[in-house]
Design a protein around this ligand. Structure first.
Ligand SMILES: O=C1O[C@H](COP(=O)(O)O)[C@@H](O)[C@H](O)[C@H]1O
Length: 234
């Protein structure tokens, strides 16, 4: 039995506000219960308005660790950098007090930065309280790309590695990504998508109608470890 709840909005600003409110509630709850909260967010273009809303949320951001579900292996000066987006759109206003744990090192390849990255990730007070995934039009989520060179390893439910480099034709640049089991080690999981095309990809992935293509997001939809809340607007 799939454990997916879909929240559809006619307006993407309303989605951004509602998702930010829900995530802020969960972070407040975590702080009240455990004295801290850990949030993992996606990059790309979709989360901008959500980040903007969340940055204004009234909560004790000094007790929140923020990280990324994946990162493009580019310096923060690049406008492809997911960290750059998070710093510009989320870690401002009230959320500026949060601690950011980046997924990047100043090394030519993710493999060369991996040991240092693992040490960075050790600083996170896991499990995550909230993970917010996005999805590309090719059905990738985090950096689980169709045809990714380490996709099987990244999606292995029994895998014990938390972060893994990934290369794929559609990825643009080398990536680093939390693995699926690492991301599922969360108290709440969201999938935020916008547009009819992505909704169709998601529906096809859910029904297994990928016409011979592998839509990695399917692994998130089919797992039974944590319920998925899909937030969608046209
Ligand atoms: O490359 C990435 O793409 C996905 C989707 O991005 P979008 O621009 O279609 O919203 C994103 O979720 C991921 O974090 C990012 O690295």
């Amino acid at each position: 039995m799939l454990n997916i709840a879909t929240h559809s909005f006619t307006d993407c600003q309303a989605l951004a506000a509602s998702l930010a409110e829900r995530v802020a509630d969960l972070l407040r709850e975590a702080i009240a219960t455990r004295g801290r909260a850990v949030l993992a967010v996606s990059g790309g273009s979709t989360p901008k308005h959500f980040f903007e809303h969340l940055s204004h949320a009234g909560l004790d951001w000094s007790k929140v660790q923020v990280t990324l579900v994946d990162e493009r292996w580019v310096p923060e000066s690049s406008d492809r950098s997911n960290a750059r987006l998070v710093k510009a759109m989320l870690l401002t206003d009230r959320a500026a007090a949060a601690t950011f744990v980046p997924l990047h090192q100043d090394t030519p390849t993710p493999e060369e930065g991996l040991a240092a990255l693992e040490a960075q990730v050790d600083a996170l007070a896991l499990p995550f309280d909230v993970v917010v995934l996005g999805m590309g039009p090719d059905g990738h989520t985090a950096s689980f790309f169709p045809g990714g060179d380490r996709l099987a390893e990244a999606l292995d439910p029994a895998g014990t590695v938390r972060v893994i480099p990934m290369r794929a034709d559609g990825a643009g640049e080398p990536r680093i990504t939390f693995t699926l089991p690492a991301l599922l080690d969360t108290r709440a999981l969201f999938l935020h998508i916008e547009g009819d095309a992505k909704r169709r990809v998601l529906a096809d992935a859910q029904l297994g109608l990928a016409e011979g293509r592998d839509y990695p997001v399917r692994a998130v939809l089919e797992q039974t470890r944590v319920p998925v809340s899909v937030y969608w607007c046209p």
